[in-house]
Design a protein around this ligand. Sequence first.
Ligand code: TRP
Ligand code: ZN
Length: 884
Amino acid sequence: MDIARTPSTPDGNPEMADAPPMPKEPPVIRREDYTPFPWLVPVTRLEFELGIESTRVTCTLAIEPNPAVDGADVLRLNGDGLEPVSVEIDGEGASDWRMEDGDLVIPLAHERHEVTVVTRIAPAENSQLMGLYASNGMLCTQCEAEGFRRIAFFPDRPDVLSTYTVRMAGPKDQFPVLLSNGNRVATGEGEDGTHWAEWHDPWSKPSYLFALVAGDLVARTDSFTTMNGRAVELNIYVREGDLPRTQHAMESLKKSMRWDEETFGREYDLDLFNIVAVGDFNMGAMENKGLNVFNTKYVLADPETATDGDYDGIEGVIAHEYFHNWSGNRVTCRDWFQLSLKEGFTVLRDQLFSQDMQGEAVKRIEDVRLLRSIQFPEDSGPLAHPIRPDSFREISNFYTSTIYNKGAEVIRMMRTMAGPQAFRQGTDLYFERHDGEAATCEDFVKAMEDGAGLDLAQFRRWYSQAGTPKVEVALAHDGDTATLTLGQEIPATPGQLAKLPMPIPLKLALFDRATGKHRGEQLVVLDGADKTIAFDGFADAPVLSINRGFSAPVSIERAVSADDLVFLAAHDDDAFARYEAMQELIVGHLVAEVGGGLSDTDRDAGRAAIGGALEAILADEGLDDQMRGELMMLPSQTYIAEQLLVSDPGRIHAAREALKAWLGVRLEDALAALHERASKLSDGMTAEARGARKVKTQALVYLAAGSPERAAKMAAAQYDAATTMTDRQGALMVLCGLDGIERTNKLIDFYNRYRNNALVIDKWFSLQAASLHPAAIEHVKALAKHPDFSLRNPNRVRSLYMAFAGNPHAFHDASGEGYRIIADLILALDPLNAQTAARFVPPLGRWRRVEPGRAAMMRSELERIAATGGLSRDTFEQVSRSLG
Ligand code: TRP
Ligand code: ZN
């Protein structure tokens, strides 16, 4: 650990002695170096004198020796940018302390003490949005992962649990509402128009779950009666004008509470549950005990301003944060390497909840699409890491799709192997064993072994090995027997060259070509490097459906005929497998086109197969429109690129657009008819209406490629007739990719209609930045100068630049300008909001997978960033890993 801390100095260079010291590289923190904290902190008392410009914090800790640790002669309290105003030990002013790397170090005999430290902080100047900060005149906190140390000196690590009492005072007109964790135990009036409130949280918690909110807010109030008949008061706090848009969030909360009782036996444990919506927020939401803080994006919705996707997002995130009350708060993490213990498990819980609310098939497809478009590329690039990482420099960089989404897949595989009932016995045992503790991933796996009766000895490798396994699949047929051969290989990832095989649960079925039926689904666990299984009684070669329901997060590699894929796309009774067959059919075609180039005959044959399959999907009356919409979706450019070792983004884009245009022409009548049928059904919030809206916009996407003028008229009409944001946004999305007066007019109309609604204006930025329009780069440059753009609001930054970085034809423009725009953004944003800035590095970090001309430009942008002095830990780490 110390070796990594020491900046390297070249040997034998006499001039080095006089050279200014090299900036210190942020140290590497290693999982294997974990040691428990030498002190316990049973009780914490915080007092806040609140002000937007300046807040005074008095933090009193009751400490005692941790019996699990031999001895200590200092107390080290983490701090980040803090100065102690005063330090008191056992009631006496102390001067025997020192500052070390921002921390407060106090020499102290290993006995019980009371330590009081006063600090003063400046919320208005806090642009990082970590710690205590100001947003729209209110004050709020974000402490996970290491934000508490920006408020008070404290052992800011998740394994130090304490009970908190919080008193806060401030001007009543400015901060009529004063909130913290737990229950409000006292309130009162002070002098000069101030008031105060005292809160007590009876549950012991780590500092990252602390929260405080003060502001001029109003609440939607409701109540929930728990399974044991306890009444819980529920509040969702927002700014006054936003109150009408909180109904869906409240409904989602109540559904989540009931579902967690029914599905996991988890009951809420306080008399009060508060949610606050904040406009300036680094991520989606935060599970602070009894006081969840949310990005407004995941609270506010009505049909006029929020899309169906936004509604689902709210339902899922409300559930996610609520579920953390058990998976995260009652059982927390020992250290940040265990992050997936709470995040992977909680994502699985919110996925299962949303499956129950919205329908299993479509939700599963959406989750897999997200995994493949974000996590798979992460797992095959320079930032690949296991779901339980071994080291980091900045933990904020590890709130990744791997920790969250692959983490959820790993736990889902245990559930698949155990079955839902045994899985529940495993989770029951986990919660019972570790309630009130800071646990590890190993504790979870052990509880699953003991409670669910699984042997997970080899399966543990999923926690330590990065990389998406490739599963080689071959099916042979001879006489009466079909023989399945499976083999696995896990690609090398940074720091992990050789891998061991991992158990891979694969659901499969063999279809009889003639009847279109299979003989029952089976679960096969590929538990070694390879495996062969014989299936008897097949006079003719069957059609294999494998990894049904996406039972394992792997990529399947197999030689399969277009005929078999067309068959599965039409007949498979597993919805995911049906979707998958369609994707495989298209990916195979496009990869061949981009990789080697197809002969005219092969191209015609490929297109005909895809066109025929899509035509059948458009006509299939047995399909509901939500599922039809999924089957209509082309694989994303990222997913296609993922199949190739190195690729030319320009060629992928061109091939994908050409196929889309061909399908738009070939199926023009059917698509227009679908659009017309769906237009009659698309009002209201029923599942049927939602499905209709989904296929409508999908139809326009193809028509825009095949018959742009006709599509522009249809889109403009859809925009004008829209009664929901889903229809209006869908129409504007299509128009943004086209040229013409409709585009200009509707963009102006949209802006004027919604100029006072920040979340909708975010959409306005995003649609233009993500568009297929050839001048998207110019549009982004102009939008960056728009008066409504600001680097200080993460939602706005993401709406413009994440949309742009995810827009392949624009970001990968052959000029390299797209790369420069993102690098300039990172440099401008890093001093203001390092966490958000670092999230823009991964798109540039993919350079090794891009053709040499563009790769050199991407790399040189990363080098330009790396050469800049004073980078944050966040950006330093991501850029150096990406170059490494
Ligand atoms: N724990 C939060 C969740 O998954 C996310 C989170 C972590 C977060 N760090 C954050 C949110 C920083 C905002 C800012 O639900
Ligand atoms: Zn979470």
